[in-house]
Write a protein that binds this ligand. Structure first.
Ligand code: PAF
Length: 290
């Protein structure tokens, strides 16, 4: 496995592989890798000849007062894990390589913004977050030129934002999604789980159990209420319940698969939840087809 830090080295490697007709798979990450990331790499390996994993903590997607400084940088441990699963190349650039000060640094450079979907839910709570994500992913796609890129479904809204800009800006890359990878207690794997104490990790699994419970309620709905009245009632009961268990729920919402509001007629829905446990912001979601 090779570890490279510059765009020019990356371009040289990629163009040599492309000349040989190799299919390039790509897994963008911010490092501090857990089993969820490794599953994405395994999926990329199964579908391509060469897998490149980027490790870059992207300042542009963090707002003021968020955990950019605190975010764990664990390149050596990450490299060991990636080597073991068979990843071919790690691209781990410095901030100045991605957002050169000579070009004004990140926020004064060209950015990719995806209107509408970037402003709701996670985007409403973290203004500018999805522009930061779309910008770095677009830059990485231009550098890596992957045939396929694999993203986890835990960041459901991020996945929709990326699919939108890829389609609308005609990037020649196939977006592949991987189901959420969970701990044995149901907690969705996330680098931010490292901020939780052992007790909090146990407590945090309530998010998943809440989603499972709501999924059952929606699937078996037989009350006299209309679907929309029923959704509103079970959303607010679930929020109350989570808050009484020590969470501070930012949102818990039942949406259509494209994240717009349901009409009550849909058979495919997604429930998204974001809640703080102490200072840690946790995200989870569940898809429903009935
Ligand atoms: O999901 C992440 O880890 C990040 O948002 C991503 C896609 C690597 C962009 O920085």
């Amino acid at each position: 496995m090779q570890i490279i830090h510059t765009i020019s080295e990356l371009r040289d490697l990629v163009s040599a592989y492309k000349k040989k007709g190799k299919v390039i798979g790509f897994v963008p990450t911010m490092g501090n890798l857990h089993d969820g990331h490794l599953q994405l790499v395994k999926m990329a390996l199964a579908q391509s000849d060469i897998v490149i994993c980027s490790i870059f903590v992207n300042p542009l997607q963090f707002g003021e007062g968020e955990d950019f400084e605190q975010y764990p940088r664990t390149l050596d441990a990450d490299a060991d894990k990636l080597d073991k699963v068979g990843c071919h190349i790690i691209f781990s650039p410095a901030v100045d390589e991605m957002y050169p000060k000579s070009m004004g640094g990140g926020r004064d450079q060209t950015q990719v913004s995806v209107p509408g979907i970037s402003d709701i839910l996670e985007g409403a709570s973290r203004p500018g977050h999805f522009t930061g994500v779309a910008t770095i992913v677009a830059k990485l796609f231009n550098m890596v030129q992957p045939d396929k890129a694999v993203f986890g479904e835990k960041d459901y809204q991020q996945l929709q934002v990326i699919k939108r800009f890829v389609r609308e800006l005609c990037f020649p890359v196939e977006i592949v999604s991987h189901p959420i990878v969970r701990e044995s207690n149901g907690l969705a794997m996330s680098s931010r789980n490292g901020y939780l104490s052992t007790d909090q990790k146990q407590q945090a699994s309530a998010l998943y159990h809440t989603l499972e419970n709501l999924k059952k309620k929606i699937t078996n709905h037989s009350s006299k209420k209309t679907p929309l009245e029923y959704y509103a009632m079970i959303e607010s009961n679930a929020i109350e319940n989570l808050n009484s268990q020590g969470f501070v729920t930012d949102y818990l919402t039942i949406r259509k698969a494209d994240l717009t509001m349901p009409t009550g007629q849909e058979r495919n829905l997604v429930i998204l939840v974001t809640a703080y446990l102490g200072n840690t912001r946790l995200l989870d979601n569940i898809k429903i087809s009935f």
